[in-house]
Ligand binder design. Structure first.
Ligand SMILES: [Zn+2]
Length: 170
């Protein structure tokens, strides 16, 4: 899946979640529960904050390589992300004035190289779903959320024990 498509799915989930929150916020208690619940992107072995795909893609990829398939730009992107992380670390740990000017320059050059990379050369795994996480186990409230039409009923079990709730993303 292309990066833009992944971001579109995340945005669709966010939009659906916003609608669910406003539909079901009928009391002070439910409003608070809904406000404290949040979305995560769940892969087989990783749970990722949706904001990290746009705000922190480099670190997200480095610590969760399974979100990428080995496409055209895969190796090159990992190489750039690794190099970027090293340059960043060096700059952070450099305090002497002249040396720091040099690491700041390296960092700028690195950023330019990273930004030149075309994210459309990456293939993101489509083996994920976007789920809700709750601030506590309040099954009566969770059951009400599960019954909302913007919840994916094919991936969400309706029984009183399950707390896995999957958002529709299309
Ligand atoms: Zn169940």
């Amino acid at each position: 899946m292309l990066y833009d498509e992944l971001i579109a799915k995340i945005n669709a989930a966010k939009k659906n979640w916003g609608i669910i929150q406003s539909d079901l916020a009928v009391s002070q208690e439910s409003t608070k529960f809904l406000k404290d619940s949040y979305l995560i992107v769940r892969h087989a072995f990783a749970q990722i904050n949706p904001a990290d795909y746009s705000g922190n893609l480099r670190d997200t990829v480095l610590s969760n390589k399974e979100i990428l398939r080995e496409a055209r730009g895969y190796q090159q992107f990992l190489k750039i992300c690794n190099a970027y992380a090293q340059v960043e670390k060096k700059h952070k740990n450099t305090f002497e004035e002249n040396a720091r000017k040099k690491t700041a320059e390296d960092l700028r050059a690195m950023r330019a190289e990273y930004e030149k990379f075309n994210l459309a050369e990456l293939d993101f795994s489509d083996d994920f779903c976007i789920e809700l996480r709750f601030p506590g186990i309040r099954m009566e409230m969770i059951q009400i959320i599960k019954a909302h039409p913007l919840i994916d009923e094919s991936l969400t079990c309706n029984c009183m024990a399950c707390i896995r709730v999957v958002l529709r993303i299309n």
